[in-house]
Design a protein. Structure first.
Length: 117
C-alpha cells in the first residue's frame, strides 16, 4: 500500500513563499499531485506531475505554484510564491491523473497552510 506524508505547512505572511513536501513510502509509477481544501469550500486540484515530469496545473493557481519531483528520493514538492490569504487551506498530496487533475486512491493526511499577517 502506497503511503503519502505531507510536510512543510505552517503560518506564513502574505507575500512569502513556502515549499511543501510529499514523501512516498516507496518508489511508484503513479502520478502524484497536490490538492487543497479551504474551510467551506470544495477541494481544488493544484497540480499533478507524472514520473517522467509531465505536469498540469489548475487554472486558478497558474503562475505562483511550481511542482517538482525527485524519483530517487520518492519525493514530490510544491513551491508556492507570493502567498495570499486565500491560499489558506489544508494541502493534500495524492495520486492523480495529469490530464484530468483528478485525485486517485492514495491520499496523505494533509498539512495546514495559513497565510496571515
Amino acid at each position: 500500500q502506497l503511503q503519502l506524508v505531507e510536510s512543510g505547512g505552517g503560518l506564513v505572511q502574505p507575500g512569502g513563499s513556502l515549499r511543501l513536501s510529499c514523501a512516498a513510502s516507496r518508489s511508484t509509477y503513479y502520478s502524484i499531485g497536490w490538492f487543497r481544501q479551504a474551510p467551506g469550500k470544495e477541494r481544488e486540484g493544484i497540480s499533478c506531475i507524472s514520473r517522467t515530469g509531465n505536469t498540469n496545473y489548475g487554472e486558478s493557481v497558474k503562475g505562483r505554484f511550481t511542482i517538482s519531483r525527485d524519483n530517487a528520493k520518492n519525493m514530490v514538492s510544491l513551491r508556492i510564491d507570493n502567498l495570499k490569504p486565500e491560499d489558506t487551506a489544508v494541502y493534500y498530496c495524492a495520486t492523480c491523473e495529469v490530464g484530468t487533475m483528478k485525485g486517485g486512491n492514495h491520499w496523505g493526511q494533509g498539512t495546514q497552510v495559513t497565510v496571515s499577517s
